[in-house]
Ligand binder design. Structure first.
Ligand code: FAD
Ligand code: MG
Ligand code: MG
Ligand code: MG
Ligand code: MG
Length: 562
């Protein structure tokens, strides 16, 4: 059948008649899931069998256990332990898989335009329910010369890094290699000190210290250097302060060169040029040569997510992710058709919209404020004329964060933005200025962290909800449904539970537990860290493989050098 632009529309899959169970499913609603990462796999694991005719579309046919990717890149773990075939995962729900990329969504026709990678071939896939879980891409920050650096997002990236480390070590041992050249080959530069950069640095450090001298000349040890270039003053700055400081101390002790307050300007074939802000505030341009340069400076928006936001421009207001409501429904798409989860999505914070309510409730309504004395009823006019001092603004943010944990991260930006909205330096903002400020916060910040944990929780939530929705016709009466909102009638809004982040820094792991708790440890931490990942592994197969890898490493050293 011909779709728009005369492209074919998929009707049946090649395997639609493979079994009676699959044939039966053809009559069920079509659920299409875009992506084969954390969000999608969380969903697939929690969906009841036979509720939907499921199709997963992703250019990558495996699920990747990303938290352990830094270990695989330096050979602590075998890559295959971190990969799980998506076909294997889809099989549980008798679903289908197509190795392709979604390009555009036609919301009113309920069609997805899909491209076959490496070709110009395109086709349409129809859906009844669609879940977008396409993740994010690396942030380039517009820096030139990124082609000379390595990234770490996919299994191929890890293979490439591993190969480069070995090649450089071998080259360093050749008699034709000069001292200077050897130093360069053994210089590792890491741009970005978030968890990935920090973990790779720590893994490289451990590799070179623990295993290198077993097989390579001892002299190499003195010539190796590890540099971390970071734009802020601290590493791991999204973590608890104690953790960030522990990591910094640890790295200093390990003689890892931390270049803070530094911004990469350009990457040349074998050196990184960066601007460093000195203590006196001047900017110095410096360079550091490298044999391997890792680029890991945070995430940017996936092209499909960008397209979705563009197509729904009237409703979508965030610049970094697809906005959803608290039920994870894409704002602007027909209600209940399309959901977005994981890195590509954010739950709208709506600070600007509720700004006057917040001011009414937390500032004017508070006993200390002057308005309470002169008025009994607070009118909209009162609110328009309110002036908030910096302190009151801070108080307002604290109150909102307590009420709405989703907004907590967003609100941490307020302090940075205040000067922009107070150009005259009055040290206070009028209501309109506060509202504009909140609007900018709404548009700039994603309300949830870009982590596997979050994507997985949202996936689970969606899997359970989609199954409930299928059963809702028998469990719900018309009276339960207010304003045609079935989602609200059957499920609570999504709630994020922060279980703590983990980062590995050289034979110890740093944990970031719920706010107020933090735990910094040594060898016990490593085992705790491992067992947590163990518990999170998707299948028994990966669990066994991971275990074998750790065992192997303990006994034989890393694979990279043997
Ligand atoms: P992803 O898991 O990235 O999956 C996106 C999927 O969509 C992929 O399969 C991709 O191929 C597919 N896709 C892309 N474009 C399209 C398209 N147009 N059409 C169809 N499919 C498409 N998080 C933690 O919580 N803890 C950690 O320790 C941690 N460590 C990390 C280490 C590394 C090296 C990396 C790279 C990430 C790490 N993360 C960690 C972050 C975590 O991996 C992400 O937050 C998580 O993968 C997000 O899940 P997702 O489902 O949104 O996207
Ligand atoms: Mg996914
Ligand atoms: Mg993933
Ligand atoms: Mg990690
Ligand atoms: Mg996603």
């Amino acid at each position: 059948i011909g779709g728009p632009e005369n492209l074919p529309i998929l009707t049946d899959h090649l395997d639609s008649f493979d079994s009676p169970a699959k044939e039966e499913l053809r009559r069920k609603p079509h659920l299409v899931i875009l992506g084969s990462g954390w969000g999608s796999v969380g969903l697939l694991g929690n969906l009841d069998k036979n509720d939907y005719d499921v199709t997963v579309i992703s250019p990558i046919n495996y699920f990747l256990f990303t938290p352990m990717l830094p270990s695989a890149a330096v050979g602590t773990l075998e890559l295959k332990s971190l990969m799980e075939s998506i076909r294997h995962i889809v099989r549980r729900v008798n679903g289908h898989y197509l190795e392709a990329s979604a390009e555009k969504i036609l919301f009113s026709e309920k069609l997805i335009k899909v491209k076959v990678p490496g070709t110009d071939q395109r086709f349409y896939v129809p859906y009844d329910k669609l879940v977008i879980a396409v993740g994010s891409t690396s942030n380039t920050h517009g820096v030139k010369g990124l082609q000379y650096s390595n990234q770490l997002k996919t299994a191929e990236d890890a293979v490439e890094i591993r190969r480069k480390i070995v090649t450089n070590l071998e080259k360093a041992c050749l008699p034709t290699t000069s001292d200077e050249e050897r130093k360069k080959l053994l210089s590792f530069v890491i741009c970005g000190a978030g968890p990935t950069g920090v973990e790779v640095a720590a893994e490289i450090f451990d590799l070179l210290n623990e295993d290198l001298t077993r097989s390579f000349p001892k002299i190499l040890r003195q010539e190796i250097s590890i540099h971390i270039i970071q734009s802020r003053s601290h590493i791991l700055n999204t973590y608890d302060k104690a953790i960030s400081e522990y990591a910094m101390k640890r790295f200093e002790h390990d003689q890892i060169d931390l270049l803070t307050n530094s911004r990469v300007r350009e990457i040349l074939p074998n050196q990184v040029i960066f601007d460093q802000k000195t203590a006196s505030g001047e900017i110095e341009t410096k360079s550091v040569p490298f044999g391997l340069c890792l680029w890991s400076t945070g995430v940017a928006q996936n092209p499909l997510a960008q397209q979705v936001v563009k197509d729904l421009a009237g409703s979508q207001k965030n610049k970094r992710a697809i906005e959803t409501d608290a039920q994870l429904r894409v704002i602007g798409a027909p209600l209940g058709d399309v959901y977005a989860i994981g890195d590509c999505a954010t739950v709208r914070t709506e600070l600007a919209e509720h700004c006057s309510d917040y001011v009414r409730k937390y500032i004017i309504g508070s006993q200390s404020h002057k308005f309470i004395r002169s008025h009994h009823i607070i009118t909209d006019d009162d609110i328009k004329h309110v002036d908030l001092t910096y302190n009151e603004l801070k108080q307002l943010c604290t109150q909102i964060s307590q009420m709405n944990p989703l907004a907590a991260e967003a609100l941490s930006l307020v302090e940075e933005l205040v000067p922009k909205y107070d150009p005259e330096g009055r040290k206070k903002l009028n209501f309109d200025q506060v509202k504009l400020l909140m609007k900018e916060v709404d548009s700039k910040v994603t309300s949830l962290p870009a982590t596997a944990q979050r994507a997985n929780q949202q996936g689970k939530y969606m899997g359970k909800k989609l199954s409930k929705l299928r059963k809702s016709s028998t469990t719900l009466s018309i009276n339960d449904i207010v304003d045609g909102d079935i989602d609200n009638a059957i499920a609570r809004p999504f709630k994020y539970r922060h279980l703590g982040s983990l980062a590995y820094i050289g034979n110890s792991a740093v944990f970031d537990f719920a706010p107020g708790y933090s735990f910094v440890g040594d060898i016990i931490a490593v085992y705790l860290w491992r067992s947590i990942y163990f518990a999170q592994s998707v299948s028994f197969r990966t669990r066994v493989l991971l275990f074998m890898d750790w065992l192997n490493r303990g006994i034989f050293g890393r694979d990279i050098l043997t």
